[in-house]
Design a binder for this molecule. Structure first.
Ligand code: KG4
Ligand code: ZN
Length: 340
């Protein structure tokens, strides 16, 4: 079964052709970071306009690279959320229009579930279920129980900022461009992570929930002085910038690591699936490698870490096989609860 996947929930317009949920024939991404970096974050209206401009050329390119035509496609899958409402609508309505005109089935895919599916897409032998899933992206930080592909139960999530967002905001405080995650990682490599006493936040009564807004404020005060505001000038030396980046990274990733181990200890899981843009971070990978995790850990391969449509097409195949097509009336959604 040949699936055309479309992804437009945030600032990447992406299209992919995937056979039977695994074999990636093409995976095309039109990135918009050039458009947003001067603002220090994604500007929704600009993202939408760019999606409109590049969606059809990106679909064409994905078909060309896969050497298939629209007539060869058996199923059209699109992310219907969560994300920016206007951005989602463009890819989703593109997918619905193709489905209607070509008379091919359409299926809506949850973007977050697709990030976790990406970790399994190229493993020769997928684990048995249940697995624990950890999503670490620019929009989401969640721990979920993966009962099977397409079956999830939410265990914990962030009550404020996502971890990638915390990296991006820390970068902005330090005067670095968007997306700041990779730049913070690079600075952190040269800094002393014990120089600033920072901690991830705890949520009362909910040990598996995350909170990063307090950490962000601590970074701000360390960088610009007590009770400072974001517009104030930096009061840090170049060396201290590195120490602050390292201390922030240790606090944020340490918090995620600790809560993930707590979840792993609460039940028998056969593997840990990790997905989302922060999987690029080598320190995160180091924390989760080796015996202390206790279960096999699955990360997405390089092309499937940040937002992409191969993961949408891949999971779309399973959703279609398990549940059949989605109605064309399926609404875009900024927040989607996990399926049970
Ligand atoms: O999954 P993704 O592409 O977008 C969402 O669906 O949200 O993740 C993007 C996020 C950004 O916040 C970016 O700063 C972060 O992933 N990121 C990193 C690294 N590379 C990307 N964060 C920390 N370290 C990195 N090396
Ligand atoms: Zn994403």
């Amino acid at each position: 079964m040949l699936v055309l996947g479309i992804e437009s929930t945030c600032d990447e317009t992406a299209c992919a052709i995937v056979r039977n949920g695994r074999e990636i024939l093409s995976n095309t991404i039109a990135s918009q970071t050039d458009l947003h970096d001067v603002y220090g974050g994604v500007v929704p209206e600009l993202a939408c306009r760019r999606h409109i401009d590049v969606l059809i050329p990106t679909i064409r390119q994905a078909l060309e690279e896969a050497n298939v035509s629209l007539e060869d496609i058996d199923l059209i899958a699109a992310a219907y959320g969560p994300g920016l409402i206007g951005a989602i609508l463009i890819g989703l309505n593109g997918a619905k229009s193709l489905s209607w005109t070509l008379q091919k089935p359409f299926v809506g895919v949850n973007h977050i579930e697709a990030h976790l599916y990406a970790a399994l897409m190229s493993t020769p032998s997928p684990p048995s279920f249940p697995c624990l899933g950890l999503v670490v992206s620019g929009g989401h930080t969640s721990l979920v129980e993966v009962l099977d592909i397409g079956q999830y139960k939410l265990l914990g999530q962030t009550v404020d900022d996502a971890v990638g967002e915390a990296f991006d905001k820390t970068a902005k405080i330090l005067g670095l461009p968007y997306p700041g995650g990779p730049l913070i990682e690079a600075l952190a490599k040269e800094g002393d992570a014990n120089r600033f006493p920072l901690k991830g936040g705890r949520v009362k009564g909910r040990p598996l929930d995350f909170s990063f807004s307090g950490l962000k404020t601590s970074v701000l005060y360390a960088a610009k002085g007590p009770n400072s505001s974001p517009k104030d000038p930096l009061t840090l030396s170049e060396e201290d910038k590195k120490h602050l980046a390292a201390s922030f990274q240790k606090a944020a990733l340490g918090d995620i690591h600790k809560k993930t181990l707590l979840a792993l200890g609460s039940k028998t899981y056969h593997g840990l699936l990790i997905g989302g843009g922060v999987c690029h971070n080598q320190e995160l990978r180091r924390l989760f490698q080796g015996e202390n995790t206790g279960v096999p850990v699955y990360f997405p391969p390089p092309g499937l870490i940040t937002d992409n449509a191969a993961m949408i097409a891949g999971l779309g195949y399973h959703v279609y096989r398990n549940q059949g097509p989605s109605p064309l009336s399926l609404q875009a959604s900024t927040r989607i609860p996990f399926h049970h």
